[in-house]
Design a protein around this ligand. Structure first.
Ligand code: SF4
Length: 325
């Protein structure tokens, strides 16, 4: 591990001042790992774990604002998260291990970096770690990599589960920086790799995530998360689906759907949503809508199976949520 200085911010102003020169750290479950592997070499760490960003509050109309420092386990267990947005609770509970969920925060979770093995191997070429060095995964073993949103420069997936639920629900990310407060739609917060895969979030220098807000949505709303992986626990998604459906009078009035494990960012599925809205739930509808999930997919040598798997994952989760509504 490279030497670094460590400072603990006692309030938001102190954090922002120090954040101009350093990296924020809260639970540290990703960053410390990467520092041990020398993938990350920050000169200054700014501990923000003491900031007052640990509340979950119901917003006007029935949305939820989850503070950036709420731990994954606290968010998953919160009564309002469970009752209003079970898809968020389920995505969190299917992530990492209980020990990690007790430490890791919501803000840190959406900031976590890819699990691409070449990114974590400092001897491999990786444009995300070392811009301009190439992408070892393109011609290497790319079974777990992305089939959607890829570029010539990078084909790594985003590893977060709860980010898939946030993308589906069209959450907002609240930020605070030297220039003041602003809000970014979740769909614009995580960046596709393009030619600059090292640039991963729509953050300016020193900006801090303060909360993630889930919008008030028409009720009744049924939602859930399905994760498909190589083993039943402590594993990242090969594919996943976050689904929320508002059905009234036997008709789907609103649909929110996104996929994980397949995109360079959590992958919103507007074509699937469009196919569902205004229709009556049926077996044939779930299947036809799920077919839209793979539009634009560009599989690599070792991950062609993800195309079929994604379609089946989305179909199964639409049926699970829709048939219980
Ligand atoms: Fe690096 Fe992205 Fe290529 Fe992985 S897929 S080696 S993270 S550039």
């Amino acid at each position: 591990m490279h030497p670094f200085t460590f400072t603990k911010a006692s309030d938001t102003r102190e954090a922002l001042n120090a954040g101009r020169r350093g990296r924020y750290i809260a639970g540290g479950t990703t960053l410390v790992d990467l520092m041990r592997e020398t993938v990350e070499r920050p000169e200054t760490l700014v501990d923000i774990s003491g900031l007052p960003l640990r509340d979950v509050t119901v917003t006007k109309g029935g949305g939820l604002r989850i503070g950036a420092l709420v731990t994954m386990s606290d968010a998953a267990a919160h009564s309002k998260v469970r009752s209003l947005f079970p898809v968020v609770s389920e995505a969190l509970e299917l992530s990492a291990s209980a020990q990690l969920r007790n430490m890791a925060t919501i803000g840190g979770n959406i900031m976590q970096r890819t699990r691409c093995t070449y990114f974590r191997d400092v001897t491999a070429n990786c444009n995300k770690r070392e811009p301009g060095s190439g992408c070892a995964a393109r011609e290497g073993f790319n079974r777990t990599h992305a089939i959607l949103g890829t570029s010539e420069s990078c084909v790594a997936t985003h590893p977060s589960d709860v980010a898939v639920a946030f993308a589906a629900l069209e959450a907002q990310v609240h930020l605070l920086g030297p220039g003041g407060e602003r809000t970014v739609p979740f769909g614009d917060f995580l960046l596709r790799p393009g030619s600059t895969p090292n640039h991963e979030q729509a953050l300016t220098r020193g900006e801090l995530i303060t909360a993630v807000e889930l919008p008030a949505l028409p009720r009744p709303l049924k939602s859930g998360y399905l994760k498909v992986r190589d083993r039943q626990s402590y594993e990242f998604a090969l594919t996943s689906a976050a689904v929320a459906l508002h059905i009234s009078g036997g008709v789907i009035r609103d649909a929110k759907v996104a996929a994980g494990g397949v995109g360079t960012v959590p992958w919103k599925l507007p074509a699937v949503e469009k196919h569902l809205i205004g229709q009556r739930p049926s077996e044939s509808l779930w299947a036809a809508a799920a077919e839209k999930a793979t539009e634009g997919a560009r599989p690599l040598k070792h991950n062609r199976f993800k195309v079929d798997l994604l379609e089946r994952t989305v179909e199964r989760q639409l049926r699970t949520v829709g048939d219980n509504t």
